[in-house]
Design a protein around this ligand. Structure first.
Ligand code: ARG
Length: 462
């Protein structure tokens, strides 16, 4: 490597950086991803400088057109990225100077890389919020398709992964539709809060040039300029809000992935995963492994990690900018990439999986899943206090367990040996279909409730 003074600030420096300094300092290896945002920001800035009479219209025109050439060079892969030029901002500006000469040197008037990187990264993260929203909407639609098909398919509901009460497949699918709706609203909230422009904060203190910050804010789709120049260059809470929202969304994805792993096992057989989303084993011919679900479950760790990493980068920094903040990008890029991949894979798996209706029903009917219905019957029909009804039912479950049968298999005489007043109509509530049909409270698992929710979500997601 040649040791020449940096072309951007060579006036102050006699020698160039050590090779290791260059390696630790350069961000071009990853921040080249911000090229479209960097160029959009610079084009808005140049137009504003001309509108405010700070540079000439001709210079602004040359800069704005030259930047489009740079963008197309980057898009076609012919752009000569240089590590010596450190980052995307200086790579773009240096290339602009090659292309248009002297006017390129006027672009950086009333600006610093500090507000430049803040605006670039905000634009990038804002776009990721939109992409997450679209991917989540697609996943919700996939779940809704499952919910609609199986609004009245009975399956076991679990607590502690022990059979609790029968629920419907549709109800279970809709639980995730609700979770992913809240995830969408978290991304939307974060997006609304981050949508203010740091451009024009310059290095940290603002600028003595008569700039128009509202003009650049509007051009870049921001609601308004940020009101404090120190805050504008110093904070990365927008990226942290994205990562926090991504972490919660990832946690939801991981729980669903975990259920798919369990449900597709030979012990459960609740779902059959499509061939498209399964792999075989090189040695065990019977295997169908739910790799995509497992990888989603695992990839979530990176997203949590990125959130913790950036929190840790930021927590001890005095205002305003410190180079530490260059470490905001790689983690966020990786988290966003993996979130989008996980969302796309989950949508595909959910769309293509087949619920095993008979197995769901058989599982729902075992494990004394209607014991609560029996206790409720004793309260409703015989006027027992719930605690007593719980006790009587517990004795009946123990009796069934002792006989190796399920509650509906007990005879009336068996039942009456525990509580004399039990009548034959008790058997009506012991069937799983009746059990789910009875849970008509708002938000409950009764098919009529589930269908009403399906209709609601079809309207919302239309
Ligand atoms: N590459 C830098 C970053 O990502 C750009 C800002 C550099 N600013 C500075 N004062 N050195 O943070």
């Amino acid at each position: 490597m040649t040791k020449s003074a940096n072309t951007m600030w060579g006036g102050r420096f006699a020698a160039g950086p050590d090779a290791i300094m260059e390696a630790i300092n350069a961000s071009i290896g990853f921040d080249r991803r911000l090229a479209p945002q960097d160029i959009a920001g610079s084009r808005a800035h140049a137009a504003m400088l001309a509108a405010c009479g700070i540079i000439t219209d001709n210079d602004a025109k040359a800069i704005r057109e030259g930047l489009l050439t740079v963008l197309s060079e980057i898009e076609t892969g012919e752009f000569p990225f240089s590590t010596a030029l450190e980052d995307i901002h200086m790579n773009v500006e240096a290339r602009l100077r090659d292309l248009i000469g002297e006017p390129a040197g006027r672009l950086h008037t009333a600006r610093s890389r500090n507000d430049q990187v803040a605006v670039d990264f905000r634009l990038w993260v804002r776009d990721q919020c939109d992409q997450a929203d679209a991917a989540l909407a697609a996943l919700q639609k996939a779940l809704l398709g499952q919910a609609e098909a199986g609004a009245d398919w009975v399956m076991p509901g679990f607590t502690h992964l022990q059979t609790a009460q029968p629920v419907t497949w549709g109800h279970h699918m809709l639980a995730y539709v609700e979770m992913f709706a809240r995830d969408r609203s978290r991304f939307a909230d974060a997006r609304a809060r981050m949508n203010t422009s740091p451009l024009g904060a310059a290095a940290l203190a603002g600028t003595s040039f008569p700039i128009d910050r509202q003009m650049t804010a509007t051009a870049l789709g921001f609601d308004r300029p940020m009101a404090n120049s120190l805050d504008a260059v110093a904070d990365r809470d927008f990226a942290l809000e994205f990562l926090a929202s991504a972490s919660i969304c990832a946690m939801h994805l991981s729980r669903l992935a975990e259920e798919l792993v369990i449900w597709s096992s030979a012990q459960f057989r609740f779902v059959k995963m499509s061939d498209k989303w399964s792999t075989g084993s090189s040695i065990m011919p019977q295997k169908r492994n739910p790799d995509a679900a497992e990888l989603i479950r695992a990839k979530i760790g990176r997203i949590f990690g990125a959130n913790v990493a950036l929190m840790t980068v930021m927590k001890g920094l005095p205002l305003t900018y410190s180079k530490d903040m260059q470490e905001d990008k790689e983690q966020t890029f990786d988290a966003a990439d993996n979130l989008m991949l996980a969302l796309a894979a989950m949508s595909g798996m959910v769309t293509d999986m087949t619920a095993q209706r008979d197995n769901l029903k058989a599982a729902a009917s075992s494990g004394f899943s209607t014991a609560t219905d029996l206790a409720d019957w004793l309260v409703r029909e015989l006027g027992l206090p719930f605690r007593d009804a719980h006790h009587v039912t517990g004795s009946l479950v123990a009796m069934a367990e002792g006989k190796g049968c399920d509650l509906p298999d007990l005879t009336l005489a068996d039942m009456q040996s525990i509580h004399a007043e039990i009548r034959p109509d008790v058997f009506d509530v012991l069937g799983v279909e009746n059990s789910v049909a009875s849970r008509t409270s708002f938000g409950g698992t009764a098919p009529e409730q589930v269908r009403a929710q399906v209709a609601h979500w079809k309207e919302v997601l239309k």
